[in-house]
Structure formats: C-alpha cells, structure tokens
Design a protein around this ligand. Structure first.
Ligand code: UDX
Length: 437
C-alpha cells in the first residue's frame, strides 16, 4: 500500500520505518528540514535501539523516503498523523497546534476513499472534530483514530508486534470501510495473532488516555508505598515482589524509585484531567492530581536523601548523577526526573556532574547550566556522592570495589533500586535506596 506518515519524531519516524518493513511504500513528511535530511540519509535523529539499522535496511528496498513537502501525501491510500501533542505552556491541556496544522496542510491533498489515521495522543473529541473537516473536504474519505502504545527504547518491536490494535471509526462498526483498509496495513501483525478491537472515535481516544493513566497510577501507587516503607522501616522492593505475585496485580510497573517522566505519562495525565474538566467530569480524575503529586514528591525526596547522605549539607558537595535520560535505552530527556533532580541539587549549592551514555547532547540543550561528562571514570572521580537515576545496564554493572577507589567518599543513592545493596555495603559504600531501609 502507499502510505504517508506525517510527523517524523519518536513516533512517526519509527512508524514510517516499520510500515516500510511490513512491505508498504512509505513517505515520511516533516516540517523540520534537518530531520528529513538525517532520515533520508538513514540516520535516526534520536537514539532508539534498532532504528538506524531498520532505516538502512528499508531504504535499500526503495520503499521509504522522507520529505518536507505535504504534496507528497497525495496518492497515498492511508495518511498517518504522528505529530506531537505537548503540554501547553503554563496550562495542563494538550497543545493541538501541530495536529491542527498537519490536518489543514493535508486536506487539499485528500483523494476519494483515503483514510486519515490519527495516532497522536489527543483530547477525547478530537477525532470527531477532524473527521468533520476530512469529510467536508472529501466526502468519501474516512478519519480513524488508531492510538499508539509504543514504549521508547522498544519502539521498533512494539510497532512491528503491538500487543493490540485499536481502530476508532465513526460508527464503531466492524463493517466500516476503513476497517478493511487498516487490516491490510497491519496484515502481518494480525496474521501473527495481534488482537484487534474496533470502537467508536471517543472510546479509541480514551483507550490511550486510560492506559497511560493506569500505568502512571501504578507507579505512583508503589511510590506512595515507598513513602510508607520509608516511614516504617519496610522494604518496598520486597513488598512489590510479594504483591506482584498476585496475578491480578502483576509485578510489572511496580518499581519504586524517582518516579515517572518522559514525553508521555506526565503530560498525558495532565491533559486528561484538563479535558475531563472541560467535559464536566473533572471529579472522576481528581485522583490523577494525587498521582502527579506523589510522582513529583519523589524528586524532592531524592534531594533530601542526598543531603542526608552528604552529612546534612549540599553546599560545595561534588555530586555525580548517573543518567540523564528519562529511562534507559533512550536519549529522551523530556521531563526527565534525573535532570530535574540534578538541577535542584545544583540550585541548593551542590557541584553537580551529569553522565549518560546517550542523552548528554539533549541534556545540555535543556539544562545548559549543569556540568556534563560523558566519560564515566572522569565523571565519578572525586565525587562526594553518586546518584544512580537512570538504570542503564552500564550503571547496573558497576563494580563497587573498583569504583570505591575513584570517588572521594563511597556513598551512593540508588534512585531506581537496581543495585545489590549488600554487595555495595560489603565494598565499603554507604548505600541508600528509595523506600528501603
Ligand atoms: C509510555 C507508555 O508505557 C506507552 O505505552 C505509551 O505509548 C507512551 O508512554 P514511555 O514514555 O516510553 O511509554 O515509557 P515507560 O516505559 O512507560 O516509562 C515511563 C516512566 O516511568 C519512565 O520514567 C520510567 O523510568 C518510569 N517507571 C516505569 C517507573 O518509575 N517505574 C516502573 O515500574 C516503570
């Protein structure tokens, strides 16, 4: 099939490459000329495992190209909208500028029978509004909402083998003509057994908001338990292991630590609350305010524990922060708890050095006032305390015995609860976890 993918960021670039891998002829369209140049040269403009290789592989087939020209969308049977919906400045709601701009640029190029497929995370009600615009321009065209559930760091495999496909169509019916077209797009995943659900527009939009809210709630739940564990001397990691054995609860997403960040969970729960308020259903989501508050409290808690670790004062203390990305296997620093903690420590008088295997270039842009050191050995040398804030394998594998000889004082705060505390203590370290004695 001929497919266009509008917006080539974390979502769109991966989606375009994966659609080409599935055998489709794909054009990726983005307003950012630099991004288009890089993607055209088969280079991912951000770090995502496997994406560079995939881009090279599919570009050799001639099935994938990139451009800044929206007119390239003409002739595609399916147009995916993959642009960002960041948080509005100074408000909780989603900024719909990019979605609206993409749709208005696309409208003049719509041919009869095409399917416009929204993948961006949007406030419920958007699909119906866009469907009206699409059908007004081209009465035989369809607008479908097909939310994306990919995780950064696993984006390629999540896109090629999603755990479910949700199609939101105007009448919510399996017989809607767009359903067969999308089934053709995703034929390979469907043949491999991926579950597929057809819903109406608002349900499809809400599936995404609800899924991210659930995940955020699960993380904040365990972080709330971490607070109680800290107050009572219990160990939240053992608690999570034990409750996670109940398969109604499950162990996944029960890792207490410094809380969630990234370009999705924080802004999505806020946009969801804002939208519920507009719909008069704000009471239903007031719990998300608490989820957000618990999450933000973790960052303050890390600063407090670091102060305790450093003997009561941060002034002039050399702190090395291991990890800048919001999670491992990503160079994304959007709302990264690690960087936000590094900045708070610096504001309180510490001399902070941040290291990360992939995210330093992005981190420098966001927090130019912090000091960065890509070389791990140099970064930790003469540190008064180490803070492990993003659990890259490289940091999980650190040898506490070797490291003890490099730092000024062997003190570590394991912000992700991934290190073996007894081993670190045996090597002479003062070890602190999050929600652990
Ligand atoms: C999330 C959703 O998982 C994905 O389905 C959606 O499409 C986009 O948003 P992503 O932002 O890539 O994906 O990251 P995710 O793996 O969900 O992690 C989010 C944050 O939660 C990270 O900062 C991570 O470190 C943190 N986290 C995750 C925890 O603190 N504890 C956990 O147990 C799990």
């Amino acid at each position: 099939m001929r497919i266009s993918v509008i917006g080539c960021g974390y979502l769109g670039a991966v989606h375009a490459a994966c659609m080409a891998k599935l055998g489709h002829e794909v054009v990726g369209i983005d307003v950012d000329g630099q991004k288009v140049l890089e993607l055209s040269a088969a280079r991912a403009p951000f770090y995502e495992p496997g994406l560079d290789e995939l881009l090279r592989e599919v570009q050799e087939t001639g099935r994938l190209s990139f451009t800044t020209e929206m007119s390239a969308a003409a002739g595609s049977q399916v147009q995916f909208i993959c642009v960002g919906t960041p948080q509005k400045k100074g408000e909780n709601g989603a900024d719909m500028t990019y979605v609206d701009a993409a749709i208005s640029a696309l409208l003049p190029h719509l041919a009869p029978g095409v399917v416009v497929v929204g993948k961006s995370t949007v406030p419920v009600g958007t699909a119906a509004r866009l469907a009206e615009l699409v059908e007004h321009q081209e009465p035989t065209a369809h607008a479908v909402w097909n939310p994306e559930f990919l995780r950064e760091g696993h984006a390629v495999s999540d896109t090629l083998r999603p755990d479910r496909l949700v199609y939101g169509v105007t009448d919510g019916s399996e017989d809607h003509p767009a359903v067969a077209i999308l089934d053709e797009v995703y034929a390979e995943s469907l043949a491999a057994g991926t579950q597929r659900l057809v819903t109406d527009h608002p349900t499809a939009e809400l599936v995404k908001a609800a899924a991210n809210s659930f995940l955020a709630t699960k993380i904040s739940f365990i972080n709330a338990m971490a607070e109680v564990c800290e107050a009572s001397g219990a160990d939240v990691t053992r608690l999570a292991d034990a409750i996670g054995m109940d398969d109604r609860i499950g162990r996944k997403f029960l890792n207490a630590g410094i809380g969630f960040g990234g370009g999705c969970l924080p802004k999505d729960i806020r946009a969801f609350m804002a939208r519920a308020g507009e719909l008069g259903a704000d009471q239903a989501l007031t719990f998300l305010r608490e989820v957000d508050a618990i999450n933000m409290r973790r960052r303050t808690r890390v600063v407090e524990i670091t102060r305790e670790l450093c003997g009561g004062s941060l002034l002039g203390k050399r702190i090395t922060v291991l990890g800048a990305a919001f999670k491992p296997e990503s160079d994304d620093v959007r709302d990264s708890p690690a960087l936000s903690i590094a900045a708070q420590l610096q504001l309180q008088g510490a001399i902070v050095t941040v290291s990360d295997p992939k995210a330093l270039a992005n981190a420098v842009r966001r927090f130019p006032e912090l000091q960065y050191e890509p070389d791990l050995e140099k970064a930790v040398r003469r540190a008064d305390a180490l803070l492990l804030l993003t659990e890259w394998q490289l940091y999980r594998d650190l040898d506490p015995f070797e490291l003890a000889g490099l730092v000024a004082s062997p003190r570590i705060l394991d912000g992700r609860n991934v290190l073996e505390a007894p081993k670190w203590r045996a090597a002479g370290w003062t070890y602190r976890g999050m929600g652990r004695p």
